[in-house]
Design a protein around this ligand. Structure first.
Ligand code: NZQ
Ligand code: ZN
Length: 387
């Protein structure tokens, strides 16, 4: 196992009715800005619950943060933060709202002489402070509610880039599974796929004697395989929703990735698909992951065999057959959830692959994967094989 330092400072308030407790987590004299997306929280009553919980507080609101949040929109919120002297941000929504709010938090206190897009170009390394923030999560998927990462897109240039900062951990996150009942099936499926792929990107590399990390990862994967389809079939089953929600948080709060090698090639290639073609984040992962596993079969051999055995129960046949079976089962799982695993499922014929590879190069994606050996030519082949 590799050395690691792990800090997961976000306080989790989990369960039905927990939104009522947020006032106790926010300083009494705070000037609060509630940030949200396209309005789902108005329809499902979550915004009302938040307003109710913050009765008597100084509260402003900023809506309209889009899926794959854009720099352009977020900079408008930065203006509100500055104009109203906001000192606490409350993100209410999915990963896009949480991520967008992390950017707002960092950009509002960024060197005034600099363009805040630099935060993305430098991956957050120059962020020295940020406005404090909390999250009321309504879509289990990204893990953004209790990690320090965010991904921001820029419409003008077709870029989608991540940043990370020690200053952008949410102070608290409310995870009330009831808020997820109103999710459209597509977003439920997206969330399960995203959490699944986060786990795989930290697990399916090469053996590193991270036995706890492996067992936790396998537990998350098995839970998602069991409960993901049930969340679609039984949308108001509280315990199913609770397990999916907790899986997604655990998949990317740092725990399973501590002390073990990590891949992330699928995510980096996938971001280019969203930036160029607007696919949902999880759709890109469902397309790219099976192709990466196929392409990297030899380097990932030992872990693929472990994955086949412990996650998919494949114990018969040759090693080759078990590995192929595990990759096929992964693809079938995504398809079962209704998330297509080929570019063609999204009307793409592969003609833009060279343009996406050029963007990947521009974004520093020349050496991806746990061995940094996924070069641009490999990423191109991975996408070609995903047609
Ligand atoms: O905007 P509203 O109206 O709220 O609707 C949203 C949106 O249209 C809707 N939704 C959310 N909660 C709902 C709901 N509809 C009904 N009922 C509810 N309870 O769902 C749609 C998608 O929301 P979005 O926040 O975009 O989805 P998700 O949580 O999947 O976030 C995706 C973003 O997170 C980034 C992705 O790249 C993408 O930009 N990621 C962030 C990560 C991180 N910070 O660690 C890691 C991930 O790998 C990922 O890259
Ligand atoms: Zn993801």
């Amino acid at each position: 196992m590799n050395n690691f330092s792990l800090n997961t400072p976000t306080k989790i308030l989990f369960g039905k009715g927990q939104i009522a407790g947020i006032a106790g987590e926010i300083p009494a004299d705070a000037r609060i800005l509630i940030t949200y997306g396209g309005g789902s929280i108005k329809k499902n009553g979550v915004l009302d619950q938040v307003r109710e919980a913050l009765t008597g507080r100084t509260v402003f609101e900023f809506g309209g943060i889009e899926p794959n949040p854009t720099f352009e929109t977020l900079m408008k919120a930065v203006e509100v933060v500055k104009a109203e002297n906001v000192d606490f941000l409350l993100a209410v929504g999915g990963g896009s709202v949480a991520d967008g709010t992390k950017f707002i938090a960092a950009a509002a206190q960024y060197d005034a002489a600099k363009n805040p897009w630099e935060i993305l170009l430098t991956r957050g390394s120059k962020v020295k402070s940020a406005v404090k923030m909390g999250v009321v999560l309504t879509l289990p998927a990204t893990g953004s509610e209790s990690n320090n990462g965010a991904v921001v897109s820029r419409k003008a240039t077709g870029d989608k880039l991540p940043f990370f900062s020690a200053y952008t951990y949410p102070v608290f996150a409310v995870l009330d599974p009831v808020t997820t009942y109103s999710l459209p099936a597509r977003q439920v499926a997206n969330g399960v796929v995203d959490a699944f792929v986060h786990t795989v990107e930290q697990y399916l590399t090469y053996p590193a004697e991270g036995r706890i990390q492996d067992r936790f990862s396998e537990g998350i994967l098995l839970t998602l395989i069991e409960e993901g389809p049930r969340a679609l079939a039984e949308p108001e089953n509280y315990d199913v929703r609770a397990n999916v929600m907790w899986s997604a948080t655990q998949a990317l709060n740092g725990l399973i990735g501590a002390g073990v090698p990590q891949d992330w090639a699928t995510h980096m290639i996938g971001h280019e698909l969203t930036a160029m073609h607007g696919l949902d984040h999880a759709q890109t992962l469902a397309v790219v992951l099976p192709s990466v596993l196929e392409y990297k079969k030899e380097q990932k051999r030992a872990k693929l065999l472990q994955y086949a055995d412990r996650v998919w129960g494949l114990r018969d046949g040759s090693e080759e057959q078990r590995i192929d079976g595990a990759i096929a089962a992964t693809r079938a799982f995504f398809e079962q959830l209704g998330v297509g695993t080929r570019l063609s499922a999204y009307g793409l014929d592969g003609s833009t692959i060279p343009a996406m590879i050029a963007k990947l190069e521009e974004h520093g994606g020349k050496a991806l994967g746990e061995h940094q050996d996924v070069r641009l030519e490999d990423s191109r082949r991975i996408l070609e094989a995903a047609r």
